[in-house]
Design a protein around this ligand. Structure first.
Ligand code: SF4
Length: 161
């Protein structure tokens, strides 16, 4: 399966930190896992400016819906890097034969159960998904976030959904 790299100890967040979730690490122990950070794969550095999806969510960005872009707080357009990272994550998932992705919540790349709304005011778009999460889901890969019950992650990982 695929996992957001920051959840398993990689210091790749925009702040240059990790977001290790012990429950996720424990649930994934013994499973075949490929850890990917789409934003790094897309060419962004660590640390990097925080960004949000504006004018829609990750699915709208994939569809090039008018106004749907990924932007930093000072307005820089980083949509191309986020799209490149999503494609790299999908390629890694497909190379590994992943059918499940366990992703960081609320990220403009990895979020799959709500993301920030693009105003950089900590307002959530509750049904929004990040660019990578949207592409993975659209490609037939089941996506769940770090808050998923570890027992459920194990069930899904072993094809018992
Ligand atoms: S949430 Fe996704 S894009 Fe952001 S640091 Fe973690 S792995 Fe990278």
């Amino acid at each position: 399966m695929l996992v957001s790299a920051c959840l398993v100890g990689v210091e790749c967040t925009y702040r240059g930190a990790d977001e290790t979730r012990d429950a996720v690490v424990d649930a994934l122990a013994g499973c075949g896992v490929v850890a990917v950070c789409p934003e790094v794969e897309g060419g962004l550095g660590v640390p990097r400016p925080r960004a949000e999806v504006a004018g829609g969510d990750g699915a709208a960005v994939l569809d090039s819906v008018d106004g749907a872009t990924v932007r930093t707080a000072d307005g820089a357009d980083v949509t191309a890097e986020y799209l490149a990272g999503a494609r790299a994550a999908l390629a890694a998932a497909e190379a590994a034969g992943a059918r499940l992705a366990v992703l960081k919540a609320r990220s403009p790349s990895c979020g799959c159960s709500g993301i920030y709304d693009g105003t950089h005011t900590k307002v959530l778009r509750p049904d929004g998904v990040g660019v990578t999460a949207a592409l993975l889901a659209r490609s037939g890969i089941r996506v769940v976030d770090e808050n998923c019950d570890p027992a459920e992650i194990l069930r899904l990982a072993h094809g018992r959904s």
